[in-house]
Design a protein around this ligand. Structure first.
Ligand code: ADP
Length: 450
């Protein structure tokens, strides 16, 4: 039983997890850095632990300090949120060693998905469809180039250790290969301390569709349908939605089953997301599996009316999945817009400062705002500058989009630059309205969006 939960995170996701814990009568422990002394997640929790100075390395990533304090306070379980320690296999092991439940998958599953090339080997064996490409160990330039020449250009070079779109390069012709490879390797080495590369066929008009899966410790797995996260900028998601527009029930089922197959291949437990690229001809390919709760999980909660954090806690306690596949239903349509303190006029650079005015749309049955800040708070240089996630639901896509547009119109923020006007332009763009979504949406409509 989980009686006391520590949330090893900050911001909106820490607040989100605390809400469910409170509703379940679970005592909560927050952690904080210097910059977060007065943060909302600290105020919401029953107890709070000071970790150290503001930089993440000196606070939110201090796994040993977190474990020590958790033990002192009699914590039963730790929820890592997303980012920080959430996909750190060593941290999951450290929890287990100290008899604390890690609300997430076993360390072995995190490790298996930690490298894109290792993950592809496992998925290939399990029969999960992969993007055509090379994910071998031989990293000789001639081998990588031969693989690219064979499959034909364009190709995408990807860092095996990659994440957040780093260490990726498109290559459009043979003559550009060498230079692109060196650039991708350099970036990968700088970001991840490793320059192992994959070569993939570059799909020119794919959609990013991901499946939410849950597995329990009794060998059961279900999928809670999909999210379309095609609208991206530099591989960063901007507006996500569920279900994926125009996806047939047949493709949904096939992709859901492939996701379960992927999860079972690594003996997965807990909440996970299997990301696929969906091509124009409805073929889909495994990209990677994220072994944590995703930023965009609320759109799934809106269309399934399930509390995904509650599911995580139930599974972490060793109980079976709350629902079987045939008991899960999909109702209506949901969007999530990520409200960021950033400057679209200046390369989307983070904008720091005091939130002198923070007026969010009122929450109701169809509008939900997940945030970790209040008016007067500081958006600092230390962390991700997300201010909030605006989530809306409607009985169909058209209605949901109306709610999104009007809710965006109710946002007033002063003190930092935000992407709200940019989000409004995306949401009202004729191609977005008619759901012509591909991962190149922003690039393609650059002139009308900026
Ligand atoms: P990261 O882990 O760095 O986020 P991913 O492998 O998840 O990298 O890919 C991020 C994004 O890059 C995807 O959402 C998609 O838009 C694009 N992408 C990845 N692989 C391909 C591919 N083979 N062809 C076209 N686009 C791709």
């Amino acid at each position: 039983m989980i009686n006391k939960l520590l949330i090893a995170n900050r911001g909106e996701i820490a607040c989100r997890v605390i809400k469910t814990a409170i509703a379940q009568g679970i005592k909560t422990v927050a952690v904080y850095s210097d910059a977060d002394r007065n943060a909302l997640h600290v105020k919401m929790a029953d107890e709070a632990i000071y970790l150290g100075p503001s930089p993440s390395k000196e606070s939110y990533l201090k796994s040993h300090v977190i474990i020590e304090k958790a033990k002192q306070l009699g914590v039963d379980a730790i929820h890592p949120g997303y980012g920080f320690l959430s996909e750190n296999a060593e941290f999951a092991k450290l929890c287990a060693k100290n008899d604390i439940i890690f609300v997430g998958p076993p360390a072995s599953a995190i490790e298996a998905m930690g490298s894109k090339s290792a993950a592809k080997h496992i998925m290939e064996k399990a029969g999960v469809p992969l993007v055509p490409g090379y994910h071998g160990d031989d990293q000789d330039e001639s081998v990588l180039k031969a693989a690219a020449d064979d499959m034909g250009y364009p190709v995408l070079l990807k860092a095996a250790a990659g994440g957040g779109g780093k260490g990726m390069r498109q290559v459009w012709s043979e003559k550009d290969f060498s230079q692109a490879l060196n650039a991708a390797k350099r970036e990968s080495m700088a970001s991840f301390g490793d320059d192992h590369m994959l070569v993939e066929k570059y799909l020119t008009r794919p959609r990013h569709v991901e499946i939410q899966v849950f597995c329990d410790t009794h060998g059961n797995g279900v999928y809670l349908f999909e999210r379309d996260c095609s609208v991206q900028r530099r591989h960063q998601k901007i507006i996500e939605e569920a279900p994926a527009p125009n996806m047939s029930a047949h493709v949904r089922e096939k992709m859901g089953e492939a996701a379960i197959l992927a999860a079972k291949a690594i003996n997965y437990v807990g909440a996970g997301t299997v990301e696929f690229l969906l091509d124009e001809d409805d073929s889909f390919y495994f990209m990677e599996m994220n072994t944590r709760l995703q930023v965009e999980h609320p759109v799934t909660e809106m269309i399934t009316r399930e509390d995904l954090v509650l599911w995580q806690l139930i599974i972490a306690e060793g109980k079976p999945l709350p629902k079987a596949q045939n008991a899960l239903t999909l109702t209506g349509h949901a969007f999530e817009a990520r409200i960021y303190a950033e400057d679209p006029k200046n390369e989307f650079l983070p904008s720091t400062g005091t939130l002198r005015l923070l007026h969010a749309p009122e929450e109701n049955d169809v509008v939900r705002v997940d945030t970790g800040v209040e008016q007067g708070d500081e958006v600092s240089v230390f962390y991700d500058p997300m201010i909030a996630k605006l989530v809306v639901w409607g009985e169909n896509r058209e209605v949901a989009l109306k709610h999104l547009t009007s809710a965006l119109g109710e946002y007033y923020i002063d003190g930092v630059s935000t992407n709200i006007d940019f989000l409004k332009r995306v949401a009202s763009h004729p191609s977005f309205v008619s759901a012509e979504l591909t991962t190149t949406f922003v690039e393609k409509h650059h002139d009308t969006l900026f």
